[in-house]
Design a protein around this ligand. Sequence first.
Ligand SMILES: NC(=O)C1=CN([C@@H]2O[C@H](COP(=O)(O)OP(=O)(O)OC[C@H]3O[C@@H](n4cnc5c(N)ncnc54)[C@H](O)[C@@H]3O)[C@@H](O)[C@H]2O)C=CC1
Ligand SMILES: O=C(O)C(=O)CO
Length: 323
Amino acid sequence: MAKPRVLVTRAWPKAVEAKMAEAFELTLNRDDRPLGLADLRAALANYDAVLPTVTDKLPAQVFDLPEARTKILANYGVGFAHIDTAAAKSRGIAVTNTPDVLSECTADIAMTLMLMAARRAGEGERELREGRWTGWRPTHLIGSKVSGATLGIIGFGRIGQAMAQRAHHGFGMKILVQNRSAVASEILARYDAEQVPTVEDLLPRCDFVSLHCPGGSANRHLIDARRLDLMKPSAFLINTARGEVVDEYALAQALWFGTIGGAGLDVFEREPAIPPELLGADNLVMLPHLGSATRETREAMGFRVFENLQDFFAGRDPRDKVA
Ligand SMILES: NC(=O)C1=CN([C@@H]2O[C@H](COP(=O)(O)OP(=O)(O)OC[C@H]3O[C@@H](n4cnc5c(N)ncnc54)[C@H](O)[C@@H]3O)[C@@H](O)[C@H]2O)C=CC1
Ligand SMILES: O=C(O)C(=O)CO
């Protein structure tokens, strides 16, 4: 039987590409150039499986083609808001993602941002590299204490809980939770966490707020000017979820006017474009979407896609089917 034709849309870890090549008729993207709408539409017409990432936008219009050959979109990543899953489903295309294997590393990056923003690590490093450091002094780059502070987590799924694990058990933080659905009491008990009914209940009580919900239209600008105003003037906002969850212009205003203490961002609404208003804010730490970027995790994500494809082409339901 002919091997399924599979398109990998970006360059992946070599070990995963090699394993994939044994099982499938594989097309790789050696240049690592992001695909446009027309490329993706052509991919759906010509491949049995397309393996997109967060940089491949698949809105309904991409699925609007006379005949789709593709039967599965096996996404490399857990977030799949860049794929119109309803449109995929209506064309009989299954969608899978890669949960769990990236939860720890993404929570590690959220902790990194929280610590860097609170302890002014970005400002300190810039000062040192630019030769502006004049030596230790009692009033130099005074930050905010993380240990023992209150952390609000919006979106208490896999990564939100990994964040709570680190913050509560590692840093003695008090955990407040806001989640779309009720969180089981035994899960809350693991972190001595309290679930609050609304975002409005959570924000005024927190020293740090970390976002761990999915992106997409339902959560677009979940954190807007009105909600930023509810945060303490000393509090920090951390976003490793998706750029669109935060109104970046409202955030830039809050940072410039000091209505919040600072922020840490790993994701941006129009990444890789960063609004100039954010670039100039000193009380902001920014990373280029590094949440899952460790060798171990990026390989594990690839092998998870491989398992999903193997199941799918063997006629089994892939474990990570989301549509
Ligand atoms: N920065 C990075 O590199 C990475 C970012 N991510 C982002 O993190 C997100 C979360 O991943 P997981 O924890 O694995 O997903 P998950 O599905 O386990 O958890 C998401 C949680 O958010 C809750 N939720 C959804 N909308 C909400 C809202 N409006 N208010 C409060 N809670 C809401 C859901 O009920 C669920 O409990 C992904 O969808 C992705 O966008 C994931 C991996 C890496
Ligand atoms: O998995 C995701 O959703 C990412 O953002 C990249 O790992």
